[in-house]
Design a binder for this molecule. Structure first.
Ligand code: MN
Length: 311
């Protein structure tokens, strides 16, 4: 591969500020999330990752009361700013937003982009049970469009009623095996059917896990949605216009081929989903994937550089 750097853009941490208000996970994963420079940098080196765009771990500030959310999100972003400043060649940042206060979230996104040099935001799915198509979150999208920065929609656990109906008797299927995919695919399609992209046609949305199966289902979803809802464009047209995908935790040659075929090579970016997924598993996979060197370099580096304006 000629000189392409490796940029990974769904890489998580827990700041001391979120740690104070959200119960920690058990075991080694929380230690890795807390360890902002130790094992993280070691595993980036072992996996051949040059630059990681960091994001506060799920659920970030999504489910707090508004006042606490604003306080800890600002503190978290300041913490990430200092982290990036100490390691400018290894880290960049996505802002954490205090979503329970949408207006404050829009202002914090602007502060994070214009004052802290962040490259957009990662939103951890639903906030206090609400999907982002809820009208009260429109100020966040309006500001992202104005700033021309992407919003990365990350999975959150399915809502309790869905858990009870779908997964209570099959708890192994919640989370990454199935639940996260259902939640995020629903979330992204809801943004489209809400009319969001007619209001803000230039919005840029990133989705991980190769789109949570969206590329595979685009034709069928568009074909049938047209029977139930009239929209200015087809579902797939909105998806191809407004969405970018990452490889986070989805290292399959055939799924990648489908994503590239549906979206175009310039819409796919590399991500691992550290610490939940091993860095070397991701880089080894993409280095061996059946791509020409130019396309591989676009996924590893070029597409993220362009979309996130990483210099
Ligand atoms: Mn993740």
């Amino acid at each position: 591969m000629p000189d392409a750097k490796v940029i990974a853009i769904e890489e998580h941490f827990t700041s001391p500020y979120l740690r104070q208000v959200i119960p920690p996970r058990d075991g080694p994963v929380q230690k890795m999330l807390d360890d902002i420079t130790g094992v993280r940098l070691k595993e980036m080196d072992e996996g051949g990752i040059d630059l990681a765009v960091l994001s506060e771990n799920n659920p970030a500030a999504n489910n707090l009361d508004p006042e606490t959310a604003v306080r800890v999100a600002k503190a978290s972003n300041d913490f990430l700013y200092e982290t990036v400043r100490a390691h400018p060649t290894r880290f960049a940042g996505f802002a954490t937003l205090p979503l329970p206060d949408p207006k404050a979230s829009a202002d914090e996104l602007e502060r994070a982009v214009t004052k802290l040099g962040f490259h957009g935001t990662m939103i951890m799915g639903t906030s206090n049970g609400l999907f982002l198509d809820d009208k009260r979150f429109r100020p966040v999208f309006e500001r992202a469009a104005k700033l021309d920065v992407p919003i990365y929609i990350h999975p959150s656990p399915v809502l309790p009623a869905i858990f009870d109906a779908y997964f209570k008797d099959h708890p192994g299927l919640q989370g990454p095996p199935l639940g996260f995919g259902i939640e995020t695919l629903t979330h992204t399609f809801r943004l489209i059917t809400s009319g969001l992209f007619d209001e803000y046609p230039s919005l840029k949305i990133i989705v991980g896990h190769l789109g949570e199966a969206a590329p595979y289902t685009l034709w069928r979803s568009e074909h049938n949605l047209a029977r139930f809802q009239k929209m200015a464009k087809g579902l797939a047209d909105y998806y191809r216009q407004n969405f970018w995908l990452t490889t986070s935790g989805a290292f399959s040659d055939s799924a990648l081929a489908c994503a590239i075929a549906e979206m175009g090579i310039e819409r796919i970016m590399f991500a691992v989903d550290w610490p939940y997924i091993n860095n070397a598993l991701g880089t080894k996979w993409l280095k061996a994937a059946p791509l020409n060197d130019k396309d591989r370099a676009l996924i590893f580096e070029g597409n993220a550089r362009k979309l996130l304006r990483l210099t």
